[in-house]
Design a protein around this ligand. Structure first.
Ligand code: DGL
Length: 260
């Protein structure tokens, strides 16, 4: 069984890509809804959550783990690998490399949580893969929480999106990286601001390909989906159709509360 987790609903964008790539895999998704968002929390807190969740998923029988969260990957993937040396762990990092490769203007932007924005790991990713490209790191506090409400398209939030995105597009950004898995669900609200001058970059499909490469025996099951949440499990199940994830909804049983 493959275990996938995030602070909340954002990782469902990665889960959907994995489910498409590996239709027979048994999947377990855990949303740490009691502690969402992670993006405004210190690394030490995020690391303690990631280790507790990783251990819980391994105890449930997961033999491959996917950290479907840029913030958690940045803060704690190494600690998780050290904690569970026998379990392969796939993380999610902002698509700086594909964006820099595709950029004609040599100017890209990365939308991230505050935690990812200040991380050494993002600075290194940019240094390694975007030399010669201007990279604007754009923290988006509160955006993941808007996704959690399942009602992000309020006039106030649409205004906030415009205020953040429009100056980037006017300054010549042609690749806009969704550097938080929650933001995939904001793509329909962000895309209209791009005026055919910029593209959104999301790495969910690439992560799913990586999981499929490691897949093997982990991916050979009944195609079932177990949902766990550390708070309000019924909200996690209800989010699937609300976010347009009907194939996942068809695969899943009612969500259960995970106490950890
Ligand atoms: N979905 C997460 C990410 O990819 C974090 C959102 C949050 O909890 O702040 O960064």
């Amino acid at each position: 069984m493959i275990g996938v987790f995030d602070s909340g609903l954002g990782g469902l964008s990665v889960l959907a890509a994995i489910a498409t790539a590996l239709p027979r895999a048994d999947l377990l998704y855990l949303a740490d809804s009691a502690h969402v968002p992670y993006g405004d929390k210190p690394d030490s807190f995020i690391t303690s959550r990631v280790l507790a969740i990783g251990q819980h998923l391994a105890d449930q029988g997961c033999t491959l783990l996917v950290v479907a969260c840029n913030t958690a990957t940045t803060a704690a993937i190494q600690a998780l690998r050290d904690h569970l040396p026998g379990v392969p762990v796939v993380g999610v990092e902002p698509g700086v490399k594909p964006a820099a490769q595709a950029s004609l203007s040599r100017h890209i932007a990365v939308l991230v949580t505050e935690s990812t924005a200040r991380s050494q790991r993002l600075a290194q990713l940019i240094e390694r893969h975007a030399a010669g490209t201007r990279v604007d790191i754009v923290p988006c506090p509160g955006w993941a929480t808007h996704v959690e409400t399942l009602q992000a398209d309020t006039p106030e939030f649409l205004k906030e999106i415009a205020a953040k995105i429009d100056p980037l597009v006017s300054s010549g950004v042609d690749q806009l990286v969704l550097g938080c898995t929650h933001y995939a669900f904001l793509a329909p609200l962000i895309a209209p601001r791009l005026q055919a001058q910029a593209e959104l970059v999301d790495v969910a499909a690439a992560v799913a390909r990586q999981v499929a490469r490691l897949g093997g025996a982990h991916a050979d099951g009944q195609g079932q989906l177990i949902l766990l949440a550390t708070a309000s499990p019924e909200r996690l199940r209800a989010a699937l159709p609300a976010l347009g994830l009907h194939a996942l909804a068809a695969r899943s049983s009612p969500a259960q509360l995970a106490t950890l």
